[in-house]
Design a protein around this ligand. Structure first.
Ligand code: ADP
Ligand code: MG
Length: 357
């Protein structure tokens, strides 16, 4: 295991809110980021992601808890003494300065000599693929190129830690995908410890080594994208990461549960008769045509062809299920109103909790 680079220990932050009174923006957050790791804080707007990031940067001071970087307590250390590079949402380049001068600006403020500045700026412009852009003005650049200048500006100080706050939200969808791949590959190439903030679960899954999901100021689960998808700890995480069905099932035996007459070979660890809530992803359900009135059959309520998959909504007893078929090109499409046999593939299905009903 790589050593821990950033550690938050029970960090909290309150604000006085004009309407809501005193609010906890961040409550009792503990996190550890290993050297070279990219950790993403993911959650809906207002859940405390930016405040957490700003406390790591030193722009906000926690009301409680401690923050350390490379083993040194920095809780009350000024931002410019923390060895941090920060990339903001509105990357705010100086419009009247060239690309070179935008990247050089901070080094000039520090009073570095001209030769050192030329060398450092040249190296980072090459790193972000903008070698020949030094004399361009920001308005001559595309959104993606401007974003790369912002990135160059953050890494030119050779920070120990890189922080990103929703850096791609001003870009169009296609560029967002391209830029997140570039950020990811740059981060791995220079091996810099990174904390990345986004509300976009797909972006988080694509870019991260590990994701901490936040809800109302707290971290509710932290794990790899794979762990969060297949073993969400709470209903909130299950709904936030990917699409999901939350399905009630009755335990039939040690190795079986039942959903509206459909058996699933799933060991719940609970006694027969118990009721459990399952997380069933849309791709873990398979539909095949059934005879009308067949026991345990569902009915197609809606069909959406999306090219790489077809999404169905299926009514099964009192449950409505979201189903995704990716093998649809091999089969005749199922029609709305058609009865279908519903088969649950137990491999990816997760028992979320026991329901006391
Ligand atoms: N400077 C501030 N003053 C008052 N309330 C704030 C301030 N900054 C953040 N908040 C509040 O703290 C909560 C978390 O905000 P923030 O960390 O920006 O969330 P996120 O980045 O996840 O959208 C929100 O309720 C927000 O209104
Ligand atoms: Mg924010």
């Amino acid at each position: 295991m790589a050593p821990i680079s950033i550690r938050l220990d029970r960090v909290s932050k309150r604000f006085d809110h004009t309407v809501k009174g005193e609010v906890y923006a961040v409550r009792d957050v503990s996190l550890a980021v290993s050297e070279g790791e990219l950790l993403t804080l993911l959650g809906p707007s207002g859940c405390g992601k930016s405040t957490t990031l700003r406390m790591i940067a030193g722009f906000e001071e926690p009301d409680a808890g401690t923050i350390s970087i490379d083993g040194k307590d920095v809780t009350h250390v000024l931002p410019n003494k923390r060895g941090i590079g920060f990339v903001f949402q509105n990357y705010a380049l100086f419009p009247h300065l060239t690309v070179f001068e935008n990247v050089a600006y901070g080094l000039r403020v520090q009073g570095r000599d001209e030769a050192a500045i030329t060398k450092a700026v040249g190296e980072v412009l090459e790193l972000v693929g903008l070698t020949n852009y030094g004399q361009q003005q920001p308005h001559q650049l595309s959104g993606g190129e401007q974003q790369r200048v912002a990135l160059a500006r953050a890494v030119v100080f050779q920070p120990k830690v890189l922080l990103f706050d929703e850096p791609l939200s001003n870009l169009d969808a296609k560029l967002r995908v391209e830029m997140r791949e570039q950020i990811r590959s740059l981060q791995k190439r220079i091996g810099i410890t990174t904390v990345y903030v986004t509300h976009d679960q797909e972006e988080a899954m694509a870019i991260s080594d590990r994701i901490a999901v936040m809800e109302r100021g707290a971290v509710v689960q932290d794990g790899t994208a794979h762990e969060l998808y297949y073993r969400p700890a709470t209903e909130f995480v299950a709904r936030f990461i990917g699409r999901t069905n939350l399905v009630n099932a009755r335990v039939v035996s040690a190795d079986d549960v039942e959903v509206e007459g459909a058996r699933i070979g799933l060991a719940s660890g609970l006694a027969a008769g118990a009721t459990v809530q399952l997380v069933v992803r849309p791709e873990m359900i398979e539909l095949t045509p059934a005879g009308a009135g067949q026991a345990g059959a569902g009915v197609i309520a809606q069909r959406t062809f999306l090219g790489e998959k077809t999404d169905y909504q299926v009514t099964l007893g009192s449950a409505t299920l979201q189903v995704s078929a990716t093998d649809h090109y091999r089969k005749a499409p199922l029609e709305v109103g058609q009865p279908v046999a519903v088969r649950f593939h137990p491999e990816g299905i997760h028992v979320l909790k026991q329901l006391l009903i």
